[in-house]
Design a protein around this ligand. Structure first.
Ligand SMILES: [Ca+2]
Ligand SMILES: [Ca+2]
Length: 257
């Protein structure tokens, strides 16, 4: 009897350990209908088989044949929700427990040869050293790549209206973000993250949010290879050492109009 009990216990323990990370992901079955929905932004038709991802929660689920899905992840504070589907532009938005408590309907757009996806993944910029009070602390779990993000992109068609679009940004602790209540830090704040195009600074990121667009001056754009760099800010109250502002960015693209 005792041996039997021990066996059950070992089995349970092993199962719990083995499942400890993806347990939440297993609660909703893949392709199971739910209360949230992904639709085509133009036609409002449901999109089956779209991938819905919470990168910071290590959670992902596929939409059912009617485009619906459930989010059975533990959401507490701001977190990024990304949607991927072949033939569509990667999409992301920042949600929180309040938004997730009601049905979410997301419209995604068909991909267009004029728009280039640079990265659909999420990147953590900074030094992995941050206060619990900073914007979105506790949501970070993707790998830190250091203070800079750099990528080469090919551009063939140059027009007057080319934009760098950042799908979602969280964790920015600038004075503006602080004044908007995006963090709980009392005194310190950081310089804004900066965007460079072919080595020239083109913009600063003052706040957290989705779908932020930055115009790229036409004179900086080359036919062929171009370089985009995003550099995070630094804590302006810390002078003893460099404390980079820890931020996370996802879904970076080029939009041409
Ligand atoms: Ca830091
Ligand atoms: Ca931060």
């Amino acid at each position: 009897m005792r041996k039997y009990f021990l066996l059950i216990f070992t089995f349970l323990f092993f199962n719990l350990t083995a499942n400890s990370v993806p347990l939440q992901a297993n609660i909703s079955k893949e392709g199971e209908a739910g209360i949230n929905k992904i639709v085509d932004a133009e036609t409002s038709q449901p999109i089956a088989g779209a991938r819905v991802i919470l990168p910071q929660k290590n959670y992902s689920i596929t939409t059912a044949s009617d485009g619906t899905f459930n989010l059975n992840a533990d959401i507490n504070g701001a977190t990024v929700l990304s949607v991927e589907k072949e033939g569509y532009r990667p999409f992301s938005l920042t949600i929180n427990e309040k938004i997730a408590s009601r049905p979410i309907v997301v419209g995604i757009e068909k991909s267009n040869p004029m728009n280039i996806t640079i990265d659909k993944d999420m990147f953590h910029l900074g030094d992995n050293n941050y206060s619990d009070m900073s914007a979105n602390a506790g949501q970070f779990c993707v790998k830190c790549v250091g203070p800079y993000y750099t990528k080469n992109i090919q551009l063939s068609k140059i027009t007057d209206s080319i934009y760098l679009v950042i799908g979602s940004i969280i964790g920015v602790d600038t004075k503006t973000a602080k004044s908007m209540g995006q963090n709980k830090i009392s005194f310190a704040y950081a310089s804004p993250p900066e965007i460079f195009f072919n080595g020239n600074k083109i913009a600063e990121i003052q706040i957290n949010g989705d779908g932020q667009r930055f115009k790229i001056p036409r004179n900086l754009i080359r036919a062929g290879k171009n370089e985009v760099t995003i550099k995070t800010g630094r804590n302006l109250m810390q002078t003893a050492y460099i404390d980079y502002d820890d931020i996370e960015i996802s879904n970076i693209s080029i939009e041409t109009r």
